[in-house]
Design a protein around this ligand. Structure first.
Ligand code: ZN
Length: 309
């Protein structure tokens, strides 16, 4: 299987990353460019052009079997159409089928970026055998992904796992999704930025946990983060929970306090007694690997093979 390749693409608000993922688990020809390139015209046409140039230059033209593309967006259940993309407006409503796929000559699987991060984490942490794995990714927003029995769960429309957008009672805060009172308005990097500006204006936000982890306002922020996490744990009674994202990756992030706060809120005796929380760390290539490896697995299952790394 080592000579089978898929293309992995990860488009964020700031950067656009591409890489070829091999059946051996390696990433080849990783590139990172500013996402502003998509504002220069039709994002779909620009992406198609970028992929074609990339495949030619990297020597993988004609050798790719499938492609995964992760975006900070809600994507249709068939993984072909971007339904809602408030943080990457250029791709709002973009469909990757049918012309896009026929131009490239391989299948395209689009999904929320956090779904591919969870796919990455399950593969890298060796969790493939776990029955229910939940991913909580605290970045600019509050990302969430759910995997049942090795399959990412998309729900009826592909919109499952929008845990950041559960409403909080009595909150009137406006969320980027257009709704009022979403928990993401308090449990996210955006919320941390507001706290930093209001309470610790003299501290570089990168050092906010280093300097102020024990302050009441930061302890409250961490306790608030535990609320959506414990909520989903109480609903799904998972085998394992993975926590990551830009905020959780920050220096001196109080992981122990977050784990303890989650533990306090979950139902006893179970799932509390079997609670298994793993903190994960991502790098620039994590989203690319998740997207490419997912596409590779889909290709292999379609041709009736099991992947052997
Ligand atoms: Zn919302």
């Amino acid at each position: 299987m080592s000579d089978i390749y898929a293309l992995g693409i990860d488009i964020g608000g700031t950067n656009f990353r591409m890489g070829v993922v091999g059946g051996n688990g390696q990433i080849y020809s990783f590139t990172r460019t500013p996402s502003s390139v998509f504002q220069q015209g039709d994002a779909r046409d620009i992406l198609l052009r970028e992929i074609k140039v990339y495949l030619k230059q990297s020597g993988f033209e004609g050798r790719i079997k499938a492609m995964g593309i992760g975006l900070p967006a809600v994507v249709s259940k068939d993984k072909k159409t971007v339904l809602s993309s408030p943080n990457l407006k250029a791709f709002d409503g973009v469909s990757f089928t049918p012309d896009f796929e026929s131009e490239l000559g391989f299948d395209v699987y689009a999904d929320r970026d956090v779904n591919f991060l969870l796919h990455n984490d399950i593969a890298k942490l060796g969790l493939s055998g776990e029955k229910t794995v939940l991913g909580f990714y605290i970045g600019t927003g509050f990302g969430n992904a759910i995997s049942f029995g090795g399959r990412l769960y998309g729900g009826c429309n592909g919109a499952a796992g929008e845990l950041g957008h559960i409403p909080i009672m009595d909150s009137r805060d406006e969320c980027t999704c257009g709704n009022i009172g979403c928990i993401e308005t308090r449990c996210s990097g955006k919320a941390l930025e507001i706290i930093a500006a209001e309470h610790f204006a003299a501290t570089d936000i990168k050092k906010i946990f280093e300097r102020h982890a024990n302050s009441p306002v930061i302890r409250k922020f961490i306790a608030d983060l535990a609320v959506p996490i414990a909520t989903e744990i109480n609903i799904l009674d998972p085998d394992c929970c993975v926590i990551g994202g830009g905020v959780a990756d920050m220096s001196c992030f109080p992981k122990g306090l977050l784990s303890d706060s989650v533990r306090e809120l979950v139902r006893r005796p179970y799932p509390e007694q079997s609670l298994n929380i793993i903190f994960t760390k991502h790098d620039q290539q994590s989203g690319v690997f998740g997207a490419g490896d997912y596409a590779l697995n889909e290709y292999l299952s379609q041709i009736g093979n099991n992947k052997i790394n």
